[in-house]
Design a protein around this ligand. Structure first.
Ligand code: ZN
Length: 124
């Protein structure tokens, strides 16, 4: 699972509705893998407004990945920024581990790169 995907996942357990708690899911005991991918600057710039930057920073900090605190004014001309973003959201894969909700403590397991977002019946 790439971090671009993680940036769009939130807890959907019944009664877990505080937007400040159900997102972003916290990583726990994760195993990362770097998989090289071709950089597409146009795609990266187009994705920027759709990313939750503070949440992305929270997550990358948990994983020890460096990203600037804020998006530069002209990201399309900032090679260093685009490379850091590319590496963080498209080349970093979470292979195994868990994502934990800060609101209800539900743990979503990641197996072989696939997050399991299914809930038990009583959680729906
Ligand atoms: Zn939750």
């Amino acid at each position: 699972m790439r971090l671009i995907t993680h940036n769009m996942l939130k807890c959907h357990v019944k009664n877990c509705t505080d937007p400040n708690q159900q997102f972003p899911l916290r990583f726990k005991e994760v195993q990362l893998e770097q998989i090289e991918a071709e950089r597409n600057d146009e795609f990266l710039v187009r994705m920027l407004p759709r990313l939750d930057w503070p949440a992305l920073l929270t997550s990358t900090k948990e994983l020890g990945i460096a990203l600037p605190e804020s998006v530069p004014a002209s990201p399309e001309n900032d090679d260093e920024f685009l490379q850091a973003l590319h590496t963080a959201i498209l080349e970093t894969h979470v292979k195994e581990g868990n994502m934990v909700c800060n609101g209800c403590s539900h743990e979503y397991k990641i197996t072989n790169g696939i997050p399991n977002m299914l809930l038990a019946e009583h959680e729906i």
